[in-house]
Write a protein that binds this ligand. Structure first.
Ligand code: NAP
Ligand code: GDD
Length: 330
């Protein structure tokens, strides 16, 4: 079989938030980018519309191993970034088996496809700070034990360990980024950051009256997705594969996110936010805050965007979007 293409990367989850930023980064680095996209009745290319004529799309699904083998055989990438997942924690409580099939077993299917087609492919797995769940230590590092609190978190722990296992069993160059929450104007509207930024913008324009939220006391280590995709790429470029925590080292509550987002538009969140039990989770992750020391020393990775800047960026982008100044979310 022919050699793989040295500067070609395949990204699963290319239509998602991180997929779009990673595609931009890899194109800047001179890569051929191939995006694996699952079939749906309507296309969801909003985040990559501005990149579409510079990338190749291949059809495939993490639920179907044959489609993954075929995609690798057809395109022969040197690097594979597995960003695809059922990624919404709340949905994982209602669809635990689907979440396991995609977010856990999907990783094995992809690793197996790599083992079968070309074990010299370098692999990145999108692991998550949700694996720390009910945290065993503060801050969380690469050696903090996992205690997931949702079917999503449990599935990510499986995905993490199967990546380690294929590295150790078959010598694959397989790395995991344990990424803490990262957001952007391209974040899905169901996640709390974007739900708040979009609502604050809509309320300021008189298009929405209130914002219904769940637990305002949960704390997260929130960074900017554009910074975090650089860490993914850096991991794959190392001589040796490994696992790295990627975070800002700061933690803020959902309440603080609300305060800043509404204040950015001259409003007080307390006038608009309504607590709604429907958005509470059966088990919650109360506090996440990471230590990215290893990523800093070994990868030379540092985040550029801070919390206040992130909130302002998201609110401004939603204001522009609602006022029709932006087309789509690119
Ligand atoms: P996202 O916006 O929800 O994107 C998820 C992607 O997965 C979409 O492109 C989706 O395609 C695709 N997908 C879902 N099921 C699939 C399947 N069965 N086969 C193929 N593709 C499938 O997620 P994100 O925020 O970019 O996150 C990227 C990855 O990092 C995910 O694995 C997530 O769990 C993980 N992660 C995210 C964060 C964060 O804070 N953002 C933190 C840690 C880890 P459709 O467009 O067809 O739905
Ligand atoms: N989504 C949502 N909607 N969350 C709410 C709401 C609401 O109305 N009200 C309060 N929250 C709280 C949640 O209970 C949670 O504690 C926090 O806001 C953040 O929720 P999400 O934005 O949905 O993100 P997440 O932390 O559960 O998961 C995200 O980060 C993980 C990394 O730690 C996702 O991107 C995961 O895919 C990712 O792995």
């Amino acid at each position: 079989m022919a050699e793989h293409h040295p500067r070609r990367a395949l990204i699963t989850g290319i239509t998602g938030q991180d997929g779009s930023y990673l595609t931009e980064l890899l194109l800047q680095q001179g890569y051929d980018v191939v995006g694996l996209v699952r079939r749906s009745s309507t296309v969801s290319f909003e985040r990559i519309a501005h990149l579409q004529d510079r990338i190749t799309i291949v059809s495939g699904d993490l639920l179907d191993e044959a489609s993954l083998i075929e995609a690798l055989r057809l395109h022969r990438p040197a690097e594979v970034y597995n960003l695809a997942a059922q990624s919404f924690v709340q949905t994982s409580f209602g669809q635990p088996v689907l979440t396991g099939e995609t977010t856990a077993l999907g990783v094995t299917r992809l690793l197996d496809a790599i083992r079968i087609v070309d074990p010299s492919i370098r692999f990145y797995q999108a692991s998550s700070s949700e694996m720390f769940g009910k945290v065993r230590e503060v801050p969380q590092t690469e050696t903090t034990p996992f205690y997931p609190r949702s079917p999503y978190g449990v599935a990510k722990v499986y995905g993490h360990w199967i990546t380690v296992n294929y590295r150790e069993s078959y010598g694959l160059h397989a790395s995991s980024g344990i990424l803490f929450n990262h957001e952007s104007p391209r974040r899905g509207l169901e996640f709390v950051s974007r739900k708040i930024s979009h609502a604050a913008a809509a309320i300021s324009l008189g298009r929405q009256r209130e914002l219904r939220l769940g637990n305002l006391d949960a704390k997260r280590d929130w960074g900017f997705a554009g910074d975090y995709v650089k860490a993914m790429w850096l991991m794959v470029q190392q001589d040796k594969p490994g696992d790295y925590v990627v975070c800002t080292g700061e933690t803020h509550s959902v309440r603080e996110f609300c305060e800043l987002a509404f204040a950015h538009l001259g409003m007080d969140y307390r006038d608009y936010v309504v607590i709604d039990e429907a958005f509470m989770r059966p088990a919650e992750v109360d506090l996440l805050v990471g230590d990215a020391g290893r990523a800093a020393s070994e990868l030379g990775w540092h985040r550029a965007v801070g919390f206040q800047q992130l909130v302002a960026m998201m609110v401004d982008a939603d204001l522009d979007l609602l006022q029709g100044k932006l087309k789509g979310i690119s």
